[in-house]
Design a protein around this ligand. Structure first.
Ligand code: FNR
Length: 396
């Protein structure tokens, strides 16, 4: 991590550290505001999703919401969370609940991070800049996508919190290498190699809707490589273009290759198996994100929260383990932490916030989840993250 970024991180997280009491806030009526703004009226992530549905075109909403083929894995991520139940501990002093943690040494105010997602400008004109500002204000980590609609340099300029850069390795290794070098120069503190996407899953909603990107939304990181937007932005063309760029022959050798071209720590995103997790640790990765791409890749796959315990056991503390997929409530995240995740990443929830209200909307979703997690911890008898262990959950 660059010194500049490290110092920024420390001051941001320090300044933003807060107790759950302040995050929960008092009822809106006591805040002496003239009227409850529409964002205050969002009580939970489902409300943000409903607001996003109203704010977005059908095609863009479906691009965000959809999964691969019959969307069974998309649904299973949520169902899997209900396959665990919480067993709360009683008579514990929870007058101060502390959510502060770190991700690869960067201080965070809470164990809730933002997963990489393409094209934030589909949700709001301020796109990734709004998301980066909101993540910084909340004191948490944003992972910028390779296929962002804002360049990685502009995202870094807007960010005040820690940043990871998600990388797809392309057939043209010069592009992958250049992206890795650009991320390092811009102050990103880790590279997240997404490994569940050797090809793009079939998202049938996009075909049905004939989805194309509006002209204002581009793959901003690729403009310098002379990518010709007009040529591929036809129905089905975006998926075809991404497919064409990807290296379908990616193997573990690519992880070694990436290590040879960067000094940044490497995170693998998209692992769901114990053997792959062990291999990742042997390959020297510093963190793993248990993920199935939010159900957008292999349909019929396992829910991530059901795959998590095996990965945690296989890694045995040799790398940090995170999880994403279907987390919509603080109590969902509490279950992931109890099963050994260091933190949870969210995708669609913050995209819904972005569509509902730009930077403030992302901020609102993050504060809702912070408050819910703090309350769930308090109700489960956990004042600190270190109080959370496997005894808090059991199969339903
Ligand atoms: C994604 N995801 C994703 N992952 C990745 O590694 N690179 C990317 O560019 C994208 N793009 C993307 C776009 C959209 C619209 C979505 C919904 C998701 C997957 C993402 O990082 C994450 O794994 C899931 O979104 C997590 O599931 P939930 O929280 O959306 O249920």
């Amino acid at each position: 991590m660059s010194t500049r970024r490290a110092m920024k991180n420390v001051s941001t997280a320090g300044a933003r550290r807060r107790t759950v009491q302040s995050a929960l806030g008092e009822p809106a009526a006591r805040k002496k505001r003239p009227a409850i703004s529409s964002l205050d009226a969002l009580l939970n992530v489902a409300d943000a999703e409903a607001a996003a549905r109203r704010a977005m075109s059908r095609g863009a909403f479906d691009y965000y919401a959809g999964g691969a083929e019959d969307e069974r894995t998309l649904a299973r991520n949520r169902d899997g969370i209900d396959r665990w139940v919480l067993l709360h501990r009683v008579l514990v002093d929870v007058s101060h609940v502390d959510l502060a943690t770190t991700a690869l040494d960067a201080p965070l105010t809470m164990p809730i991070c933002l997963a990489p997602a393409a094209f934030h400008r589909l949700a709001h004109k301020d796109g990734e800049v709004a998301t980066a500002r909101a993540a910084g204000t909340a004191g948490t980590l944003l992972t910028a996508s390779t296929i962002a609609s804002t360049s990685l340099e502009d995202i870094a300029a807007a960010a005040s919190g820690p940043l990871w850069f998600q990388l797809y390795v392309y057939k043209n290794r010069d592009i992958a290498r250049d992206l890795a070098e650009r991320a390092e120069r811009a102050g990103y503190s880790a590279l997240v190699l997404t490994v569940d996407t050797p090809m793009l899953g079939r998202r049938e909603r996009d075909f049905r809707n004939g989805f194309t990107l509006p002209p204002s939304v581009k793959m901003a990181n690729f403009e310098k490589y002379g990518d010709q937007f007009e040529r591929w932005n036809v129905p089905g063309g975006m998926a075809a273009r991404i497919h064409e760029l990807m290296d379908h022959s990616l193997t573990w050798e690519s992880v070694d290759w990436l290590r040879s071209v960067t000094r940044l720590p490497i995170v693998l995103k998209g692992i769901v198996r114990a053997d792959d997790a062990r291999r990742a640790v042997e390959a020297g990765v510093r963190a793993i994100i248990v993920s199935n791409h939010g159900g957008r890749q292999l349909d019929g796959g396992e829910a991530t929260i059901l795959a998590l315990p095996d990965v945690v056991d296989a890694v045995a503390g040799r790398a940090e383990v995170y999880v994403d997929g279907g987390f919509r409530r603080g109590s969902d995240i509490l279950k992931a932490l109890a099963l050994g995740a260091r933190g949870a990443f969210i995708g669609r929830p913050y995209l819904w916030g972005l569509a509902a209200g730009g930077e403030a909307g992302v901020g609102r979703v993050l504060e809702i989840l912070r408050a819910e997690l703090g309350l769930a911890m308090a109700l489960a008898g956990c004042a600190r993250l270190s109080d959370i262990d496997r005894s808090l959950v059991r199969p339903a």
